[in-house]
Design a protein. Structure first.
Length: 354
């Protein structure tokens, strides 16, 4: 199977993982008003398609060495079960995150969920397989966490300014008391969903690492196939629940899935392919030879840099902060600096191992 053999190769894969994980959600935005529950069926299928194609192409290259199919023959069933379970846990976390966004917005959902996931996943993976300088690794993770918090303040300030502008528009006469705008969705539900999402999101990567360890562990392409199987299988149970008990909007029937446009279905499948491509890059980078291994903790932490990529998509393409004031723009610059610095520290952590 095709795997990186140098630290630079592994690092480039992690960068590719970051770009994929930070970009797949654009397919959901491009799908328009298509309900996320229906979009997610195609997304789940896309993850399986990508994993199968990668396993039987890249996973079978260099047949004189261990191939994807050879590895599955010797992998322990318990290790394989861990990978399927990791996919199921991730899938629930991802669905919770999307649900939290629909209830309380990005300013609540992403900082809580991804921040918790970063801390839990990095610490958990490092405990299972310590790699590199702990000072640089955790210091970088702390800066990334600060960047997420600053981003939340920036988004909160931006939405508050828009709300004040709307109130002023409703009451142009300063002598008139300001009327209250219609109340926004209760934040409590969104916070609870975000916390659960973060806890689950932080748990899935250590589970991937447990299934990979040992002589009977699962190799990267096998991980991708089993993981995507867990995603698709669990979607068949999770999605009907979200459709019948939606966090926002009315319940939706499965028959509505067939009313989607071909473009919307293709975007969902493409979104799953993009995410799984990033996952395979990440899993492969964590499987380099021991002498140049980046390590699962670094792999996971850099994978969380996808939040930076998502922020850049929002800022530069979707113009989510259009018309922001100077304070908000300053916070956004600080956020970007913290992210770049933190990810840089995480990237060089393996080069300064004691």
């Amino acid at each position: 199977m095709l795997l990186p053999t140098t630290y630079l190769g592994a690092l480039l894969l992690l960068i590719g993982s970051m770009l994929c994980w930070g970009s797949w959600a654009n397919t959901q935005k491009l799908s328009g008003k298509w309900r996320f529950e229906l979009f997610y069926y195609d997304y789940s299928i896309g993850t399986v398609i990508c994993a199968v194609v990668a396993a039987f192409t890249l996973g079978q290259i260099l047949s004189q060495e261990l191939t994807f199919s050879d590895n599955l023959l010797i992998a322990a069933k318990r290790q394989m079960a861990w990978e399927v379970a990791a996919g199921m846990v991730f899938n629930l976390a991802n669905l919770m995150l999307v649900a939290a966004i629909s209830v309380s917005g990005l300013s609540v959902a992403f900082p809580i969920s991804i921040g918790l996931a970063l801390v839990i996943g990095t610490i958990g993976s490092y405990i299972l397989n310590p790699q590199g300088s702990a000072v640089l690794l955790f210091g970088g993770a702390f800066l990334v966490l600060l960047a997420i918090i600053v981003d939340a303040f920036a988004y909160s300030g931006y939405t508050q300014a828009k709300r004040e502008a709307e109130i002023a528009a409703l009451n142009p006469d300063p002598r008139v008391r300001k009327k209250k705008l219609p109340s926004t969705p209760a934040a409590a539900r969104g916070i609870v969903l975000s916390v659960v999402s973060g806890l689950l999101m932080g748990a899935f990567y250590p589970m991937v690492e447990i299934g990979r360890q040992g002589d009977t562990g699962v190799a990267p392409y096998g991980i991708g196939l089993l993981f995507s199987g867990g995603v698709l299988f669990s979607s068949l149970f999770y999605l009907p629940f979200f459709m019948n008990f939606p966090v926002a909007g009315d319940p939706v029937e499965f028959v509505a899935y067939f009313s989607g446009k071909p473009k919307q279905h293709l975007l969902g499948i493409f979104g799953g392919i993009i995410w799984m491509a990033g996952a395979l890059c990440n899993f492969s980078a964590a499987s380099t030879p021991a002498s140049v291994q980046v390590g699962p903790a670094v792999s996971y932490a850099l994978g969380q840099g996808a939040t930076l990529v998502s922020a850049l998509w929002g800022l530069l393409v979707w113009r989510e902060f259009k018309g922001a004031n100077l304070r908000v723009k300053t916070l956004l610059v600080v956020m970007l600096v913290l992210f770049v610095t933190g990810l840089g520290m995480i990237s060089i952590a393996p080069l300064h191992a004691k």
